[in-house]
Design a protein around this ligand. Sequence first.
Ligand SMILES: [Zn+2]
Length: 262
Amino acid sequence: MSGPRMTVVDCGPLTLDKAKLVTMAPGTVSIPTTVAIFDHPKHGVILWDTGCWEDVADPDGPGAYWGEGIKTAFGAEAFTRDMAINRRLDRLGIRTGDVKYVVYSHLHLDHAGGMSYFPNAVHVMQRDELRYALCPDPWIRPVYVQNDFRDLHRLNILEIDGDHDLFGDGTFQLIKAPGHAPGMQCLMVTLPQRGRFILGGDIAHQRDQYEAMIPMPWDYSCNLMSRSRNRIKQLERAGIEMFLCHEPGEFAALPGNGTWWE
Ligand SMILES: [Zn+2]
């Protein structure tokens, strides 16, 4: 291997009313939760998001990891322990201890769930997100699962505030994109052969929603969401492809099943 490369895995399949993702939308959807794995010759293994914690595979009920009723509400019945990021890495021959950086789009339950697998990594998140996740407004509490943050005070956190060039070489650029969450961010990557593209996180849950500027029921601020989407849309207009975390067709367009982009 000469340069960095990337593959993706699904660490949180969900089947739920589309209205839970896209305000007022009819029907039901089955979606992936995209976790990107970068293997970097200089900086080690870098993760973009971490999916759901393994105990989400347990039956819903009193004492459930996410809190009673939340697994059912988000339709995580298809999630198994084999889909958690530790097992996904294991099948790729990567040890959790090889992971040097964990970069979070935001800290909702389907993105920050795997945090505790990586006690020795640098955990990269927006300052606003970190602070808000630990003390969210009551209406949004179900998606910030405090169980996910149980080891947070022991981790090496790289708090960033705004756009950030992670390695100072323009190859991993974080773009702050608040709205869905106060500290949502997108990752603009440049790979040597594939070139530049954006992992959009939850800038929107679905592509039709993104195009039509429809909010999500759990958006922290629709005003900020509009501005952030406009910013990312301009980058797409300029020719940089963007992939949403939970859009099945976009997950399928990324390299998976043992294939990599270089
Ligand atoms: Zn999400």
